[in-house]
Design a binder for this molecule. Structure first.
Ligand SMILES: NC(=O)c1ccc[n+]([C@@H]2O[C@H](COP(=O)([O-])OP(=O)(O)OC[C@H]3O[C@@H](n4cnc5c(N)ncnc54)[C@H](OP(=O)(O)O)[C@@H]3O)[C@@H](O)[C@H]2O)c1
Length: 282
């Protein structure tokens, strides 16, 4: 089986690509950065439909895992929406299976909404910000192609290099800038290793449609951040405060119902404390 990973340079991609390459025929793409520096990496701008079509129809992967595009990148809307449209069309041209990474941020996180959390796979998107709206549009594009899986996931963390939020917090704390940890934003943080294994399972199994894939343990962003600050031994913390978010910019309660994933996947969806305890023992 040949696998193509878009966004091999993403935080997730840097975990997923080496894991996949250890067992099979793998290619990955990046835009500006190639931290993996492997001969099977290729630069690709997903906004360029001709380039996307050319690369995918030349490599002819059996499976495309589409991780590229996040809330941190410039030209976010075009990369997420146009990029996903281009990847989906090219995958369809060669009948490749498409695994698309989505997010719990497609939901509004409100308890008074018609579909309140925890969100199962039937919950319709209700985004509150531009990132969530773009990811929801990308989902709709992917959903029109039959051989797809939309992986809705939550905050991604790794234990080899700090995740984006932890890196940002560390820099702000070292610079003496205020950092507020929200006590009322609920998430199911997922270990990048767990999510990578789940994506590789989905590459070869028969599941189609939306699947929530995240860690079983629900934590507030504050609880999660403090665990990772401890793990990375980040000091000082004088400018750290905990407080409630009013919920304007990011949704509050994005708990995911993981029962379907637990039935479909053999990969354990371990929560943060379970992962940290297990890794400390190694
Ligand atoms: N991080 C999280 O906590 C989280 C939570 C839920 C869902 N997700 C989803 O998981 C996936 C991975 O997230 P991440 O945080 O690991 O991503 P990330 O580290 O922010 O990386 C973004 C990726 O997009 C690539 N990219 C940007 N513009 C591009 C373009 N025009 N053409 C091609 N590639 C382009 C970047 O390439 P270069 O680095 O080469 O520029 C990079 O590989 C995303 O789909 C995201 O929505 C992430």
């Amino acid at each position: 089986m040949r696998l193509l990973i878009t966004g091999g340079s993403s935080y997730l991609g840097q975990h997923l690509t080496p894991l996949a390459a250890a067992t099979g025929d793998v290619w990955y793409t990046y835009l500006h950065n190639d931290p993996l520096s492997q001969p099977y990496g290729r630069p690709l701008d997903l906004r360029d439909d001709t380039a996307v079509h050319h690369l995918i129809t030349t490599l002819r992967p059996d499976v495309v895992i589409h991780t590229a595009g996040s809330n941190r990148i410039p030209d976010m809307e075009a990369v997420i929406v146009t990029g996903t449209r281009n990847v989906t069309a090219a995958a369809a041209a060669i009948n490749a299976r498409l695994i698309h990474l989505s997010t719990d941020s497609i939901f509004n996180g409100r308890h008074d909404a018609p579909h309140p959390p925890p969100y199962d796979e039937d919950a319709p998107p209700s985004p509150v910000n531009a990132y969530g709206a773009a990811k929801a549009r990308a989902e709709a594009i992917v959903a029109a192609y039959p051989n797809h899986v939309i992986v809705r996931t939550s905050l991604i963390y790794g234990l080899q290099q700090p995740d984006h939020s932890t890196s940002w917090m560390a820099a702000a704390l070292r610079a003496g800038k205020p950092v507020t940890l929200f006590t009322n934003q609920l998430r199911n943080p997922v270990w990048a290793h767990t999510l990578s294994l789940a994506c590789l399972e989905l590459a070869v199994n028969a599941y189609r449609g939306i699947l929530n894939v995240a860690g079983q343990q629900v934590l507030s962003r504050a609880e999660f951040a403090l665990r990772l600050l401890d793990w990375w031994q980040i000091q000082p913390r004088d400018t750290l405060v905990e407080g409630a978010s009013l919920g304007g910019e990011w949704p509050l309660d994005c708990r995911l119902d993981l029962r379907r994933a637990a039935a479909v996947l053999t990969t354990p969806l371990s929560g943060v404390d379970e992962v940290l305890t297990a890794v400390r023992r190694i």
